[in-house]
Design a binder for this molecule. Structure first.
Ligand code: KG4
Ligand code: ZN
Length: 365
């Protein structure tokens, strides 16, 4: 498709219901006309994690409203929309189905094309939406549910260099917060404590640094933290404010070290492909962590690689990234029809060995 395109994006794969409207001139910068996100944090807070049933029901209730609000905020009418992009996976299946059904209904009634988008492709392509970044670039996706290095060759081709074999870093931050009585989401709370603590007092492991490659592991860190916490409690019958800050600092320093070293390795593999404008982009909620960002900037500077991070609202789950990934596919004539299905598992790089959550049904992401 040539000419100006206005696209509606819909996202509902985890605990955010989101809709966005984007406009892209024939050649020029894509504009986000509206991006609406309805989070579900309050609904899940009493349970200490995302409850799939509750998430699915909340998406079903909110998705229409979200679309309506995005259309209104964008100042367009439904008849102005040229195509609909929707997250078709991977994610919690109940939520993904809500989004896909809503998108199919709109596509059928407006008689406009439908594009099923991989949620991870949405994250991975965001630097092109925000900074017009050129292919190929390296993406580190670090969130509450994902952690992987991807070489983004083009809008449809991704090579996964490695990722976590168990917990995602955000999950580890959240569990650490829970173990120390800090609020959820744990990342910002643990970071704030870590800034007041001594990272050297409690020695935490650096999992998988002794093995080659870019795979990571974070689940052992929370076990180490639990053991150190319990040792202090046994000695003093409780934790002081300083003990808690020191535990957070020790934990965060370990995450920073692991991500930095694995990023250095991933960059070395990426640079071997001789990219003309080498660039590392980060996305996901954990990319908000100042200590992690600062360290990644240093690693990039050492290797003469540009570092970029989209604004936080576009790093975390949103529908603008889904709209943009849909636009790239729509422009290349790659669209879906009513046979589009919601997929709980959908690895971006089908050729990479399975990592997180892989089982009988294959790799999740
Ligand atoms: O990308 P995101 O909003 O949602 C998904 O995981 O899908 O990421 C949320 C995660 C949570 O685990 C949260 O604790 C973590 O990002 N996070 C942080 C920080 N801010 C948010 N982790 C470390 N440091 C932060 N400052
Ligand atoms: Zn996400």
């Amino acid at each position: 498709m040539t000419g100006m395109v206005t696209i509606l994006g819909i996202e509902s794969s985890c605990d955010d219901t989101a809709a966005a409207v984007l406009r892209q001139p024939a050649d020029g910068h894509t504009e986000i006309l509206a991006s609406i996100v309805h989070g579900q944090t309050d609904l899940h807070a009493p349970f200490g994690g995302v409850v799939p049933e509750i998430a699915a029901r909340a998406h079903a209730e909110k998705v229409d409203l979200c679309v309506e609000q995005a259309i209104a905020a964008a100042g367009v009418a439904l008849k102005d929309i040229d195509a609909i992009a929707v997250t078709a996976g991977p994610g919690l299946i109940g939520g993904v189905i809500s989004g896909v059904m809503c998108a199919k209904g709109l596509s059928a009634s407006l008689n406009i094309p439908l594009v099923g988008v991989n949620h991870l492709a949405g994250h991975a392509l965001t630097p092109r939406l925000t900074d017009d970044v050129k292919f190929p670039y390296l993406m580190l996706l670090v969130s509450g549910g994902h952690c992987q290095f991807l070489i983004v060759h083009d809008a449809a081709r991704f090579s996964r260099l490695g990722g976590t074999i168990d917990d995602a870093p955000g999950e580890a931050f959240d569990k650490t917060a829970r173990l120390l009585g800090l609020p959820q989401p744990g990342g910002p709370a643990v970071q704030a404590e870590a800034e007041k603590g001594d990272p050297k007092r409690f020695r935490m492991p650096r999992p998988l640094l002794d093995r080659p490659g870019c795979d990571m592991s974070f689940s052992g860190l929370k076990t180490a933290l639990l053991r150190q916490r319990d040792t202090v409690i046994a000695e003093k019958s409780g934790l002081t404010v300083q003990d808690r800050a020191d535990l957070c600092a020790g934990f965060q320093a370990a995450v920073v070290d692991v991500l930095a070293e694995k990023t250095r390795r991933a960059l070395t593999l990426y640079l071997a492909e001789n990219p003309t404008e080498p660039l590392l982009a980060v996305a996901g909620g954990v990319a908000a962590n100042t200590a992690i960002r600062t360290k990644l900037e240093t690693v990039c500077a050492d290797l003469d690689v540009t570092f970029t991070a989209p604004p936080l609202a576009l790093c975390t789950d949103n529908a603008a990234m889904i709209g943009y990934a849909g636009l790239e596919r729509f422009r290349s004539g790659d669209i879906d029809d009513m046979s589009l299905v919601a997929r709980p598992r959908w690895p971006l790089d089908q050729s990479a060995p399975a990592l997180l959550g892989s089982g009988k049904k294959g790799a999740k992401s």
